[in-house]
Design a protein around this ligand. Sequence first.
Ligand SMILES: *[C@@H]1O[C@H](CO)[C@@H](O)[C@H](O)[C@H]1NC(C)=O
Ligand SMILES: *[C@@H]1O[C@H](CO)[C@@H](O)[C@H](O)[C@H]1NC(C)=O
Ligand SMILES: *[C@@H]1O[C@H](CO)[C@@H](O)[C@H](O)[C@H]1NC(C)=O
Ligand SMILES: *[C@@H]1O[C@H](CO)[C@@H](O)[C@H](O)[C@H]1NC(C)=O
Length: 279
Amino acid sequence: MSIMDFIFQVPLLLIISLSLVTTTTRADPLYQICQNYGKYTTNSTYQTNLNNLLRSLSSNGPTTGFFTATQGNPPDQINGLVLCRGDTDVTACTSCLNNAVYDIAQLCPYQKSAIIWYDDCLLRYSNLRFFNSSDESHVFYMWNVKNMSDPTPFFKTLNGLMGSLVNRAVNDTSAKMFATGDVVVNGVQRLYGLVQCTRDLSRDLCGDCLRDTIGEIPTCCAGKIGGRVVGASCNIRDVGLSCPIHHRGVVESVGGGVDGEGLEGEVEVDLELDSGGLK
Ligand SMILES: *[C@@H]1O[C@H](CO)[C@@H](O)[C@H](O)[C@H]1NC(C)=O
Ligand SMILES: *[C@@H]1O[C@H](CO)[C@@H](O)[C@H](O)[C@H]1NC(C)=O
Ligand SMILES: *[C@@H]1O[C@H](CO)[C@@H](O)[C@H](O)[C@H]1NC(C)=O
Ligand SMILES: *[C@@H]1O[C@H](CO)[C@@H](O)[C@H](O)[C@H]1NC(C)=O
């Protein structure tokens, strides 16, 4: 191999390893909604306020995993909110919010109002005030494509599990309005659940939002082994047989299985987005 061959190979290797790094660390959005509340223009006051707002949200959000801010004065005032999944650490929250700030500008260019969701976080900004009220109108569903062989025995257990998670989330002493849990069904299978509200909601609003959201499970995910109902003010995730609570950790084997298949390794792979489920 000549020295020239060597020199030419180095950048190639660098490019390959860099692209590997970006594809393994960068999470795609689950969904985004570009709300139709008008557009701002380049170099406008609104754009400046938005940039300042996004900077403030992404730098202050990771400390507790929740942050709200308001920038500017009407008519260019913007309200923003970020929420990280209740069990993310500062690093994961920071990385998710940085992605969100970048992606939302690409996916909802010049929109005065938008919402974007990831596995690990939610980012929302708007020219309208949306704090302290429960928004149940922006919701999407995701479900595991695998069917349960017999869903009936799971429904009662699921309702019990989700009910207790709601109580824990609204009474959460850490004020994170977040709870996860699981319960054994049929002796071998484990049923999981996660609930979370944005922390600007009162306890009552959080409870109402979660109960309404849980009420959508049959619409979302009837007969499926797992699913999510994700809204702007509250969400339920990792519901079902397929989803371990610690989604980034090792997927635990829960034994049993559905239709003879093991449950390992199915965390996100089979989740499909139903844009038709958007209300
Ligand atoms: C926006 O402002 C920058 C910096 O002042 C300027 O270079 C650019 O031409 C402006 N763009 C528009 C569309 O006004
Ligand atoms: C699940 O059940 C539905 C309705 O019975 C059927 O249309 C679908 O093909 C099934 N999906 C799989 C992955 O077996
Ligand atoms: C949690 O709060 C609800 C009302 O919001 C109450 O009914 C329930 O008993 C509380 N649970 C616990 C464990 O404190
Ligand atoms: C409304 O939301 C803001 C921002 O989250 C918060 O500071 C304020 O205390 C809330 N007000 C009420 C009445 O809950």
